[in-house]
Design a binder for this molecule. Sequence first.
Ligand SMILES: Cc1cc2nc3c(=O)[nH]c(=O)nc-3n(C[C@H](O)[C@H](O)[C@H](O)COP(=O)(O)O)c2cc1C
Length: 456
Amino acid sequence: MSRRLRLNAFTMNVVSHIVQGQWTRPDTRQRDYTSLEPWVELAKLLEKGRFDAIFFADVIGAYDVYNGNRDAAVRRAVQFPVNDPSALIPALGLVTEHLGLAFTLSILQEHPFSFARRASTLDHYTRGRVGWNIVTSYLENAANNLGYRGLPLHDTRYDRGDEYLDVVYKLWEGSWEDDAVLADTERGVYADPAKVHEIDHRGEYYDVAGPHLSEPSPQRTPVLFQAGSSERGREFAARHAEATFISARNIRGARANVDDLHRRLVLAGRRPDDLLVFQGLTVITAATEGEARRKEREVQEHLSDEGTFAVVSGWLGTDLSAVDPDAPVGDLRTNAQQGIVKSLAEAAPDKTWTFRDLIFSIANRRIVGTPEHVADELERWHVDGGIDGVNLTYTTTPGSFEDFIDGVVPVLQDRGVVQREYHEGTFREKLFDGRVGPRLADTHPGTAYRRKAVVA
Ligand SMILES: Cc1cc2nc3c(=O)[nH]c(=O)nc-3n(C[C@H](O)[C@H](O)[C@H](O)COP(=O)(O)O)c2cc1C
């Protein structure tokens, strides 16, 4: 398979993630999110469908931008309540063998020293199947929950992110030498003290002595995902990420975004294929076109407008109750997610995008139809848009994933577009089809912190 399409299931440890209002339906298990069973069953299903990963979004604050309060978000369960996604990883690792297990953690949320240990621990328990989605947060309430007294400025958050990554690279890649662990029962020596090193990081945001508390895990550094696509976000992706999520409005926008990322990767001294680009898409499929359209109507009937406005207001950092829907978005300035505005110009540079268009494009970025039609469309995104993978959003769970796995996956497999079997090894080896080993590729800046590199 030359350039296969990768599949991620996009989910969140919540009642309602992206498509709002669907939790009220009898045919979804979203309300069961506080039990382990639906998650365990979903992971097994995804592995049966040869998905690359289950991917958990996360936020650490309430959506309180719409109407200037959190009432709509609380009422409609808009990513609230939200449980910790990383707590699910060991259970999902135990019931699967190959599925990648990726979760989100904001660099504002936790000190890099304790996070590095948590990630290493999870990478041990899953035998190297962990991925980390590095985000910088966009909700004021999240920052206020963590003692920042307001959301730090957009680009400053990424600056902090750069230093956060430097700290964790030092811990994961540089603190323990490969042969530090001896586990020599004869001599009673577990590890060689000469091969376990402090990191002595002194920076603008963090001072960390080290050594790292965990011994090296299979991947050392988990597979690094990222999801910001502002100017600064793309620069950050080109430096650190091995996979990035984009939210292009159409195929033209995806191509522009992908080309821009490839250009930035080369400038950062990496190869274009060092970064896999995943597009977020919702698929509604059934055996016949008519049945798929019926399912779409069902989604529309349950869609919560208030929930949609609450979530998009949070992403944009702009209260949509106070905006004329027919006003042009223009070059809306926001301290929240800047990549959304950028994606509009890339999708249709000559169009005057209104807020109504923007909300519609978010709520309706769907592929609806028979498995053959969906496969055709995904191939267009893949070939013409240049994406490497899809981040599949659900309307019902596990129903959306079941429909996709039963209907679309076999068609894509017959066309040689998606994998039939998993590659051996860690999540990183599987994702890159063995082109990269269990650890960071040599072109990745994190490798500069490896002991040999530091000593040389
Ligand atoms: C598809 C997608 C998924 C995202 N998922 C999350 C998430 O789960 N948690 C979060 O805090 N931010 C998430 N973000 C936000 C970004 O990661 C980023 O930290 C921030 O909003 C700034 O983005 P920008 O560079 O586009 O301005 C997501 C963004 C996109 C496009």
